[in-house]
Design a protein around this ligand. Structure first.
Ligand code: SF4
Length: 237
């Protein structure tokens, strides 16, 4: 049996072989679920539009795949409602809701009210980065819906990435998809999606940090408006 590709066991020759044999998103997903055991691979899903596509694709490949949602406690009600509907649509998927160690009131007591306004990096660290780090402790690989088109910082992403942030392998099957590809797949396959996408929100995160996109050519221009921050800190790009 060959040794799985891991952060500590990164092997450029093996990677080249994997990529030579596999040419598209579905090949990559099939490889991922063969390469790693059930508990070794998770999909961290934000339940955005890419998430709807990836959940559907993953369900075709691995019916009981492990899915994580980082519940900061600050998401839009539309997002929580969508998750409930997705659980009904794909009952075999193993969807786990991950919560931060600090409740919102504990965070407010410790750091003051509305930390997202005065220090969004710390807020993301507490409510997203540390919970994901904990969730990935025993995983060898995680799947993400990042796409190259989304921002200049994402344009060099590969299908399979060495992820120094979480000392893990990060698999991004949708790197070549455009936002049009995503919505076309959603409509052709009659998938559910967050209704906020139809109200000017191409990218949806926590409610206090997400506005409708200010720039039609920049899907993430509604995130952390008024701050220089462009990423939540989960992705070291
Ligand atoms: S996106 Fe905003 S509210 Fe959510 S964790 Fe980050 S700073 Fe906090």
């Amino acid at each position: 049996m060959s040794v799985a590709l891991t952060y500590d066991n990164w092997n450029q020759e093996k990677l080249a072989f994997i990529l030579r044999e596999r040419s598209d998103y579905l090949d990559i997903l099939k490889w991922a679920f063969q390469e790693y055991q059930d508990d070794e691979i998770v999909y961290s899903c934000s339940f955005g539009a890419e998430g709807m596509v990836l959940l559907d694709l993953i369900h075709k490949v691995k019916k009981d795949a492990k899915i994580l949602f980082l519940d900061t406690g600050l998401h839009f009600q539309e997002t929580y409602d969508l998750i409930d509907r997705i659980k009904q649509r794909y009952p075999s998927l193993n969807i786990t809701i991950i919560k931060p160690k600090l409740s919102l009131s504990e965070q407010a007591n410790q750091y003051g009210d509305a930390l997202w306004k005065c220090n969004p990096n710390l807020c993301c660290q507490i409510r997203k980065v540390e919970p994901l780090r904990e969730a990935l402790k025993n995983a060898k690989a995680w799947i993400s819906g990042l796409r190259r088109e989304q921002s200049p910082t994402r344009k060099y992403l590969q299908y399979i990435n060495k992820d120094p942030k979480f000392q893990n392998i990060k698999i991004c099957p949708l790197i070549h998809w455009t936002s049009d590809d995503i919505m076309t797949y959603i409509h052709l396959n009659h998938l559910d999606y967050n209704p906020l996408h139809n109200q000017g929100y191409p990218s949806i995160g926590c409610a206090p940090c997400t506005l409708p996109a200010a720039n039609a050519n920049d899907s993430r221009s509604g995130r952390w408006a008024g701050h220089t921050k462009t990423e939540c800190g989960l992705h070291q790009l």
